[in-house]
Design a binder for this molecule. Structure first.
Ligand code: M6R
Length: 610
């Protein structure tokens, strides 16, 4: 949700800032801006409404701005409509203090009123202008950036990754974060900061993750870190294993298509990492068998697709490991006074590791004394740092707002966790265990065969361009996949879509079925397939258009206009295969409608606000 970048070094800053923002545009794309400071501390600001390209054109790729130090921002509007006035950077009245911000200042109205009483004027509707002027106020009071920023952090409530230029300190950047991500790097000649690693990969793979309310000072190719008392603090260097190429499109038209096609590799890498000598090895997670045995209940929380993975995991863990699982929307979790015996394991699933609601769920669990396991893709992210145990998926950087490969990697993490619990509770014979592991290892090749059938899916998607409504239905694990298929469709094609447990349709939603309504049935759970087929027939009788994703050899309704068969696997792992045609379907439908596939309207990749 908003991306920020910063650079100070020997080169012209503006082109580097724009390049960094390009890598972060997935975080927000309704306006953008940069501020560049020259060696004398003169700060110039440029902003534009709309996508980053508008700003790039306005400043000729950065050539019109001069100076070797600067900050930049790409916005996902929270306070105030997306326009140039509300775009960041924001500044004090004489542009001597300029800031970019990602997050939300919750008490901004109260702070704004105080600042107005002290003579400040405001031009935008943003909380960031308030933050900038508050820093200005404390800078005037203390005369030192460090003290000004520290006092700012004591006065504001909410989340922030804030980067500030002070014209009294040319070619230096000050930054602070709380509950919004920020990575910092220094190469000896240059310093960088960004909301996410892809913006830095071209320059370095060694980064610092600062903790809440730590202040960073970037100067002369070196960084120093302080706590809010102004004492220096040491921050360990983290080495990133992703390479810059992984965050490129690699010849694909969109990141989403590239990421869909990366899924066999991602699953292979995740399995390859955690299966050693024919056994699941969780030594990296520090999850001991004794602890696994002591867990009597599991709670899973996540948002969006991560929540859908949780729904699938619930079926798999309960079936394989016989441990009761409850799945919660992370955004709701902390508002329930749930009953706990203190022995539950809370699993938080998040690609970014920065989703505000998921962080809040994690902290709620910890405050109740519960152990937490994070399934996270981004190394060093907040959730990864705060959880007791971390399972890092090996999906690599995911750029497209609509998740595909991270979802698939999370599913595989779920299977491995389920099997590990089953093993710890002695519920599987050696033969069963081996068979399930080898079935898992066949998934990448099976996905490849589905990806090869891409043309048929593409053709069907193009026929559906004018659809207004769609339903995805299934039972059991097929229902979990329906949820994901439906979300994929709606978020990038803007077609209204709902997922329904197939048996539930007749209790209300069937009244929405009319001539041509698309109903997608998922049929991979053999013992439930017949029943779902009956539910599909019921919609057909109301003139729905039927499509189906089914295991090879499944009887499907004759009236189906389109059937996508996927290879068979153990029914518990079926989601990894059945989701692929649904991802491709959503992708091609979005392409056919001319939508911005990778950056769908109103969305952002990482939702760092509540
Ligand atoms: O980074 P996270 O996994 O925590 O993100 C959770 C959701 O915001 C995310 O899955 C969202 O629903 C995606 N846009 C779905 O494609």
């Amino acid at each position: 949700m908003c991306g920020i970048v910063g650079y100070t070094g020997k080169k012209q800053a503006a082109p580097i800032l724009l390049e960094g923002l390009t890598k972060l545009e997935y975080r927000g794309y309704d306006s953008a801006g940069v501020a560049v400071s020259d060696a004398y501390g003169r700060i110039e600001i440029a902003k534009a409404q709309g996508k980053l390209d508008v700003l790039k054109e306005k400043i000729d790729g950065g050539k019109t701005m001069h100076g070797a130090c600067g900050i930049g921002h790409t916005r996902w509007a929270t306070h105030g409509v997306p326009n140039e006035t509300n775009a960041h950077p924001h500044c004090n009245d004489d542009s001597t203090i300029v800031a970019v911000h990602n997050g939300i200042i919750e008490n901004y109205a109260e702070l704004k009123a105080k600042l107005i009483r002290r003579g400040y004027q405001f031009y935008s509707q943003t909380d960031t202008e308030v933050a900038t002027k508050l820093v200005d106020y404390y800078y005037k009071k203390h005369g030192e950036p460090l003290k000004a920023i520290a006092e700012f952090s004591l006065r504001v409530r909410g989340s922030y990754a804030l980067a500030v230029l002070f014209s009294d300190y040319p070619e230096e950047i000050y930054a602070i974060r709380k509950d919004s991500p920020m990575v910092i790097a220094a190469t000896g000649k240059e310093c960088f900061l960004a909301s996410d690693v892809p913006a830095l990969l071209k320059y370095t793979k060694n980064v610092y993750y600062i903790e809440n309310d730590q202040i960073a000072h970037l100067k002369n190719g070196q960084t120093s870190f302080y706590n809010i008392d102004g004492d220096p603090v040491e921050i360990p260097l983290t080495h990133i294993t992703w390479d810059a190429q992984a965050a490129e499109k690699d010849g694909y038209e969109h990141y989403m298509l590239k990421e869909i096609h990366e899924q066999p590799r991602v699953i292979k890498d995740t399995l390859g990492y955690f299966i050693q000598n024919g056994k699941i090895d969780f030594s990296e997670l520090n999850l001991t068998d004794a602890y696994l045995k002591s867990v009597n209940k599991i709670i899973i929380a996540g948002c969006g697709s991560a929540y859908h993975v949780g729904v699938a995991m619930q079926y798999v863990i309960e079936d394989l490991a016989r441990i009761p699982v409850r799945v919660e929307l992370a955004s709701e979790f902390r508002y329930r006074s749930f009953i706990s015996d203190g022995k539950e394991l809370v699993i938080i699933i998040s690609q970014s590791g920065e989703t505000a609601d998921s962080i809040a769920a994690l902290r709620e669990a910890k405050s109740r004394g519960l152990k937490t396991l994070a399934i996270v893709n981004v190394v060093g992210s907040t959730i990864a740092r705060e959880a007791d145990f971390v399972f890092y998926t090996k999906a690599g950087p995911e750029i497209s707002v609509a998740t595909t490969k991270a979802y698939s990697a999370q599913l595989v993490a779920g299977y491995l966790i389920a099997l590990k619990f089953a093993e710890a509770h002695s519920l599987l014979s050696d033969g069963q265990y081996r068979e399930l592991l080898s079935e898992l290892c066949l998934l990448p090749e099976k996905i490849k065969t589905i990806l090869e059938k891409d043309t048929a899916i593409q053709q069907f998607a193009f026929h559906c361009m004018d659809k207004k409504n769609a339903f995805f239905i299934g039972r059991g694990l097929d229902y979990a996949v329906s949820m994901e298929g439906s979300l994929k469709l709606k978020e990038i094609s803007y077609i209204h879509s709902e997922a329904y447990a197939a048996g539930e349709l007749k209790h209300g939603a069937i009244s929405l079925i009319e001539d041509g309504t698309l109903v997608f049935g998922i049929l991979t759970q053999d013992e439930l397939a017949e029943k779902t087929v009956s539910n599909l027939e019921e919609t057909k009788s109301r003139k729905a258009q039927l499509a189906v994703v089914a295991f090879e050899g499944t009887e499907v309704p004759k009236s189906c206009e389109c059937v996508f068969y996927v290879p068979r696997t153990d029914a518990r792992f079926a989601a990894s295969l059945s989701v692929i045609p649904l991802q491709l379907y959503a992708y091609y439908l979005s392409v056919s409608k001319g939508n911005n596939v990778d950056k769908p309207r109103n969305l952002a990749k990482s939702v760092t606000v509540e």
